[in-house]
Design a protein around this ligand. Structure first.
Ligand SMILES: [Zn+2]
Ligand SMILES: [Zn+2]
Ligand SMILES: [Zn+2]
Length: 484
């Protein structure tokens, strides 16, 4: 009798304990319990594993059937009917680290291969390009006002012995030291002196300034060879890949690889007169003369935009040369920037919907001022064509992060096909088509993103995959052979 009372007591206590624990569970933990008990959980995990633990997968539903083109015989078929929820997860493919770490790494890797192929050959680009004249060029934005900067040891930020104040009563100099992490770096000494409209408008025209620069490079090359611009194409081609990087002051600058090829592209070198030295001189001249004039707007006047005075032009040496700038380093450098976004200079990488939205963002005062400036400038009918509100979150810059000319090297699409073939997994819409077959696909979007519990599992999968990749790299390094 006594025993059963005890027993009963224990049961009640453990039930209470369980209830307490259940009520103490967070929403994510309850979601996790639901998720792991779902019948398709294992297969869902496999899906997320196959997309590298993508943080924001896109779910598709549909089917792909591959037939022999001649006989119509079905060679492969796949449909999402047997998948959990009747859907298949595919990668978000976002290049931004702030949105999806695994996809941003994959994208950076693709960029590395894309840029490297243009420098060393490979991935369908002939290896001879390594002997063509190649430059690594950095073009900067002009100054829109004095900002605090990182100081080297024993250096001071904006020293001014005579002191002096601006018309707003703020010191014209700083005189302090700032390390790289200092939140002051990139912020203006006086926000009222800073020319926010010019900064935002320069961003809006930076793409056009780049286009004009590439045209001027071709023009100058023709002039220096004593031929017409139309004739230039019979002698050589100019190829490039460029990436935009946000500096701490919130202004983009461009890093570009510029290469000279023969008239038919990368298969042949340019004529002997088209040297890296000549190209260097031509880039300097072109960057110095190009400008973009903005339309007149009341209260703003008009602006004539040019590049900043800081222009770096370096020939790229072949790997193995002890020169500082080599193929591999350039490709790695460019790849690093495509995963960055305006978020890395204190901004945000999501579009904003209103001025209130901008006011609430966790950004620096400087970035907020730039965004609000874009928003306000959009009201001017003369500047309507710039659609500055749509680009307020990128501070007015509307270009792609990476742009390249057609003949530079391979494409992201081609690299993805190679990867899909390599994986040879056979499921999903990225299935490559081979000769002699016909593939019919019907896919529709059915949703995207993770629940909090799904996100936790995907993060875990991504971390496991990253560990595996690191171990594999170490093993490969131990064996002393390059990664295949
Ligand atoms: Zn992703
Ligand atoms: Zn300072
Ligand atoms: Zn001032």
């Amino acid at each position: 009798m006594r025993r059963s009372v005890l027993y009963d007591h224990d049961i009640r206590r453990s039930a209470l304990h369980r209830a307490e624990r259940l009520s103490a569970l967070t929403a994510t933990e309850r979601d996790m319990i639901r998720l792991v008990n779902e019948p398709g959980f294992q297969r869902w995990m496999e899906q997320i594993h196959s997309i590298g633990g993508c943080a924001a997968p896109v779910y598709l539903s549909g089917a792909t059937t591959t037939r022999d083109a001649a006989t119509g015989e079905v060679l492969r078929s796949y449909d999402t009917g047997n998948e959990p929820g009747g859907r298949l997860a595919v990668r978000c493919r976002n290049r931004r680290e702030s949105r999806c770490v695994p996809c941003s790494y994959l994208h950076a890797g693709d960029t590395f291969h894309l840029v490297r192929a243009g420098l060393l050959g490979g991935k369908g680009t002939p290896p001879g390009v390594a002997d063509h004249p190649r430059l690594f060029v950095t073009l900067t934005a002009p100054s829109f006002g004095t900002v605090h900067r990182t100081t080297a040891s024993a250096e001071r930020c904006r020293p001014r012995r005579d002191g002096g104040l601006c018309e707003h009563g703020r010191a014209l100099g700083c005189g302090l030291t700032h390390d790289t992490d200092s939140s002051a770096v990139g912020q203006p000494l006086c926000p009222d002196c800073y020319d926010y409209p010019a900064h935002a408008l320069w961003h809006a025209h930076a793409g056009e300034l780049w286009n004009r620069t590439t045209r001027a490079i071709r023009r100058h090359l023709a002039t220096s060879a004593g031929i017409t611009q139309t004739d230039l194409g019979r002698h050589l081609r100019v190829s490039f890949a460029k990436v935009a990087e946000y500096q701490r002051r919130g202004a983009v600058h461009f890093h570009a690889v510029i290469r000279l090829d023969g008239p038919d592209g990368p298969n042949a070198p340019p004529p002997g007169w088209a040297t890296a030295e000549l190209l260097g001189a031509v880039v300097h001249a072109a960057a110095g003369v190009v400008s973009v004039r903005t339309p007149y707007a009341p209260g703003l006047g008009e602006h004539v935009f040019r590049w900043g005075t800081q222009l770096d032009v370096h020939p790229i040496r072949a790997l193995g040369d002890d020169a500082h700038i080599n193929d591999q380093a350039v490709a790695a450098y460019v790849a690093k920037y495509v995963s960055k976004s305006v978020g890395d200079c204190g901004g945000t990488d999501r579009a904003v919907a209103s001025l209130d939205d901008i006011a609430l963002l966790p950004v620096t005062a400087h970035i907020r001022a730039l965004m609000s400036t874009c928003w306000r400038l959009d009201r001017l009918p003369e500047l309507g064509y710039l659609r500055l509100r749509a680009w307020a979150h990128t501070l007015g810059f509307r270009g792609h992060v990476l742009t390249k000319s057609r003949r530079y090297s391979t494409t992201y699409g081609a690299l993805r096909v190679v990867r899909a073939e390599h994986r040879a997994q056979g499921d999903g819409p990225s299935l490559p088509e081979s000769d002699g077959t016909r593939t019919d696909s019907v896919w529709r979007y059915v949703g995207s993103g993770h629940t909090p519990a799904e996100a936790e599992i995907a993060t875990g999968i991504a971390a496991d995959l990253a560990d595996l990749a690191a171990i594999r790299r170490e093993l490969t390094a131990d064996r002393g052979r390059p990664d295949g």
